[in-house]
Design a protein around this ligand. Structure first.
Ligand code: NAD
Length: 484
């Protein structure tokens, strides 16, 4: 692919970095370069924030009728969908994900714009009854310029997940994609401009951690939405706090999947495998801590056999499992597999790089099932972010909830049983932002609030809850007539 460098999108134009720097984006299936991309530095972040601030009050955005804003977002949704094939191929090449998964991500990105398009003219306030001679009403105003920093694993979805509700609320956005996956966020910005989004409303500045730090701590930002690791999330939240602006931080997870002996094993199996091995396990909400009730060993056997049967390959060949995004990520996962052996894990499936010489250059790791560990093991507690599940056993409902909650994280959780009492008791007892009962997050994402408990973060994205991050309430109190 390569060719001319991909440029930053600032103030409605494609521009090189002020200092001319670029970085190379790599196809993770072959470790070969696919594109050069402009690397935004602090001067470019300044430029983008200034453009976003100016756009906030420019008549073509600040005074746009809310119904027109909704129609514009709807046009963006339609344009994304019309370009599904091209966007999916680009996402698959950049991140390494199987084409079918990338297509689902394009559809989710379109759905975010479609969903929030419908809310622009319904973000009303309230009136508060104070009695005769007083009229009190509230207005939900846009919070201002939203600085958004996203990770590598779902660049299309995360671009849409943050920018669509922000734009729906009337905000403007400066978005920094991951240096490991910057291509589709730039495409979304270009599509939005083609659809008529005014200049400066959505700016995209690919770069590294320094670029992210410049954005998170920028005094011209009114709100920060961050998705990524806990360590970076803490720095971003601190930078936002130093400017007294709010942040949403969507962080990591080690989500439990509780499989009772009475569960429908076939349904549970496809859901567990889809969640843990889809996107090569690089999903924050992946169910990677599988808690199996003693006596349900049949499920474990099926899971190990299924993991061993999955086909690996480049995303374009539409395999079951693609490569990890980068050598860094592959090495991190390998490190955890070594640690698991030191901790006494039994490798029931996978456990390393595939033997296939065709895959030797890419960042592939086999879908892996580990048993024989306790919840004290680091392998069972820490986020690996690869296609690796740790299976733990439990005795009864109380035991399952205790193990599930014995984690620094609290993002998603899953329970599989035919007994509604057990299912609802787990849902009540579990400390996590999402509970799925005999269901997965797949295909149900856009409408539902999403976020973490504990170290998985704070604030909510998705659904109507996300709008709280992009609006602020103004109260107006009026006295009139003969007040007593
Ligand atoms: P990361 O924390 O390394 O990077 C995330 C983003 O932050 C990148 O754009 C990066 O360039 C930027 N960044 C790095 N240092 C920064 C700094 N000092 N200041 C500001 N920005 C900085 O995460 P990653 O490896 O890209 O992604 C994996 C992590 O993301 C996992 O922990 C995963 O669970 C998490 N994640 C969470 C969710 C969620 O919704 N909760 C969704 C997807 C991924």
């Amino acid at each position: 692919m390569t060719g001319e460098p991909r440029l930053l999108v600032i103030d409605g134009k494609q521009v090189p970095a002020a200092d001319g720097r670029t970085f190379t984006v790599v196809d993770p299936a072959h470790a070969s370069p696919i594109a050069e991309v402009a690397l935004a530095g602090p001067a470019d972040v300044d430029h983008a924030v200034a453009a976003a601030r100016a756009a906030l009050t420019a008549p073509e955005w600040g005074r746009m009728r809310t119904a027109d804003r909704g129609r514009l977002l709807y046009r963006i949704a339609m344009a994304i969908r019309e370009q599904s094939d091209r966007l999916a191929r680009l996402e698959s090449l950049d991140v390494g994900k199987p084409l079918q998964q990338a297509k689902a991500d394009v559809e989710a990105a379109a759905r975010y714009f479609e969903f929030y398009a419908g809310i622009t003219d319904k973000l009303g306030g309230t009136t508060i009854p104070l009695g005769p001679g007083l009229l009190d009403y509230t207005v939900r105003e846009p919070i201002g310029v939203s600085g958004q920093i996203i990770p590598f694993n779902y660049p299309l979805q995360n671009t849409a997940r943050g920018s669509a509700p922000a734009l729906a609320a009337g905000c403007t956005v400066v978005l920094k994609p991951s240096p490991e996956a910057p291509l589709t966020p730039l495409e979304i910005a270009a599509i939005a401009l083609d659809c008529g989004l005014p200049p400066g409303v959505l700016n995209v500045v690919p770069g590294d951690g320094d670029t992210g730090a410049a954005l998170a701590g920028h005094p011209g930002i009114d709100q920060v939405t961050f998705t990524g690791s806990v360590a970076t999330g803490i720095k971003v939240a601190q930078a936002a706090a130093a400017n007294v602006v709010p942040s949403v931080v969507e962080l990591g997870g080690k989500s439990p999947v509780v499989v009772f002996a009475d569960a429908d094993f076939d349904l549970a199996l496809s859901a567990v495998a889809g969640s843990a091995f889809g996107n090569a396990g690089q999903t924050c909400s992946a169910g990677t801590r599988v808690l199996v009730q003693r006596g349900a060993e049949e499920f474990l056997d099926k899971l190990a056999a299924h993991a061993g049967s999955l086909r690996l390959g480049p995303g374009s060949s539409d395999p079951d499992v693609g490569p990890l995004v980068s050598a860094r990520q592959r090495d991190r996962v390998r490190g955890y597999l070594e640690l698991a052996r030191e901790e006494g894990a039994v490798v029931r499936a996978g456990g390393g790089a595939p033997a296939d010489p065709e895959l030797a250059d890419g960042y592939f790791i086999q879908p892996t099932v580990l048993t024989g560990l306790t919840n004290e093991a680091r392998t069972a507690r820490e986020e690996i972010f690869g296609p690796v599940v740790t299976v733990l056993e439990f005795d009864d409902l109380e035991d399952a909830v205790a193990i599930a909650n014995d984690s620094p994280y609290g993002l998603s959780s899953y329970v599989w049983t035919r007994d509604i009492d057990k299912a609802l008791s787990v849902a009540e007892g579990i400390k996590a932002g999402q509970v799925y009962i005999n269901a997965t997050g797949v295909g149900t994402g856009v409408e539902l609030p999403f976020g973490g408990y504990k170290h998985s973060g704070w604030g909510r994205e998705k659904g109507l809850d996300a709008l709280a991050s992009y609006t602020q309430t103004k109260n107006v109190c009026i006295g009139f007539g003969n007040r007593s």
